[in-house]
Design a protein. Sequence first.
Length: 716
Amino acid sequence: MEELTGRIKEVVYYANGFGVIKFEYGKTSRTAAGKMPRPCQGDLIRMEGTWGKHPKYGRQFQTTWAQIQAEEVEPENLLVYLKSGFLYGVGPALGQRIYEAFGDRAVEIIEQEPEKLCTLSGITKAKSEKIRDSYEKTKKYIPLAIYLRSATRYQIETIYEKYGGRSVELLKEDIYRISRDIDGIGFLKADKLAAGCGIKRDSPERIRAAILHTLQNVAAEGHCFMHEGSLNTGLRVLLKMPVSLDRMRYELEKLTDLGEIVVEDGDVYLSSIFRAESKCADAVRRVLDAPANRTVPSVWIKKAIMDIEEEKGFPLAEEQKAAVEMAMTEKMLILTGGPGSGKTTVVHAILKAWNHPESVLMVAPTGCAAFQLTATTGKRAYTIHRGLEYGYHEGEMGFRYKEDNRLPYDLVIMDESSMPNVLLMESFLQAVRNGARLILIGDKDQLGCIGPGKVFDDLIRSGRIPTVKLHLGHRQDDAIAVNVERINRGLGCHTWFQKENVFRFRLVESEGEIQMAAIQEYIRLVQTYGIRNVKFLTPKKQNSPIATEVLNPILRDMVNPVEGRKPLTLGNLKFYVNDRVMYTKENNYDKNVFNGETGTVVNINEKESILEVLFDDGSKESFRGKELRYIDLCYAQTINKSMGSECKAAVIAYSVAPTMWSRNLLYTAVSRAKVEEYIIGTEKSIQGSINSVAPVSRNSNLIKKLKGAGSYGGTV
């Protein structure tokens, strides 16, 4: 048996206590494989084992035991570590006493002679052993804990999980990288840690990090870029110090050289968004210019329309017929309309006229929207990511279908096309092959997408793409659709009971009254339609009686009583079997779960902190440990999060401040339900939102970039 100590250069593989690593061995690199604790690049590892030869991978050190070694602690930093909170039951006061008792040998005593700790009052033999055990588990964090003296234990663990044994080295190069690389540590937290490490307020890395943070923030709000003047104002507010325009432009040049940003005519972009916006325009031009791969005879189109009219029992509206014809004759078509306008009927006719199902791909942005598209058309639809086959390809995560390997379909249909932001839409458009016909279906009057851009709206307003706007047609007896249309036209709404569906609204004076009435209505709807088929929608997330954070625990107690059952507890949040939940993080492509997806908890493992969720699209996924941070209760949800989903019944608790009045917001809320809808709110909020016609402004240059895309437009 041989013993080796080396610095880990690369983690090749690790799972279930078995690892394969490359480590420094003298002046060369060697491979070790076998039993070991979770390794990280840069860790110092001590191993026992024997040299052997793997039949495929050659000579390697086969470990039977391994341990991550603690870095040597300088005496002047030892007290910082002892007071850091990493040792079991050792706070600042006890850490001070341990240091005073044992001095520079404190760590040695903890590791090798923990019983000596018992000479201090308050430390029993059992506690001394727990202190030693906690040291063994956390000693790898010592250098990072000493460097980031003001960091919390959670922050240190999270940073180490990302960077491993190279954490201190990388943070000394640029401490602000944690604001870009690590969820939950934004610029403000990184700035506080940087100040503790002695980073100057006017340092280049601080100003550059603030620029990137500001651009990321406005991208999250929907903007593709910021004007230089607005960016400079934002920087001064964020940094709480003067930043001259010349100084900012100097740092912008440096960030441009690093490939982080692009500045075009005074508009400052994150480079990824600039590329996406530019390539969206290029892709549209390419699709419009390419000769069609397949021609559909006009007789097929006419027959398809006649067949659909016979199936439905009513004639198609003229704009519906025009949409079917244009879909079969134009290279690209936009179809927009609200609920009840007949978009699904048009899709049925298009598929019938096309008559080549093997060459059709239908996608939607979310699993829920794809599930609904499948249910209404009878043809399998996919999420955009599944359609483009996101996964490991050629050694890295990404889309299989992309610019250099396009989709093998001649008719591509996307539903809910107002939802993808410019980054996702660019990936999708790039993957559509030359000669394919592309149909984008959506509702231009909904709220804008989550993230940068307004691609669907820009494509319509550019006038470059044939567009058909459907209006409420034969369904004048649809109480919900009629009221949605009235709201969209600024005419108000009224209670209406029809044979197939019901739309009701009630005006009250306060948010407290809204809460009480809406909860009663929600319980009735759940009893009538089942919990999966009912949505409780609100514009507010917090600081209100109708906020989701207030409503969710109340609604859970009403419809999923928890008495006598064991929960899975995460901080202040508890989960039980049958809870309605939502995934709230950015899209998780490994699990194929998307931000805003809803489901039901079907199993919990409290001991191992595992939560199993059956999502509404039929997929089932498990979440554990830190992943649980992104699961939230979802008996009530915000209107924004409901985009792209449908339900049988909905209750809408509606009250917003005048600055938030938005016809798009109210319209999106009332567009969700198909059978029964009940809106309860204040007259001021409802009428104010109906009267608010100004669209939310987003910075985008896509229309300008589309000007070179040829004159193919026209709206029916």
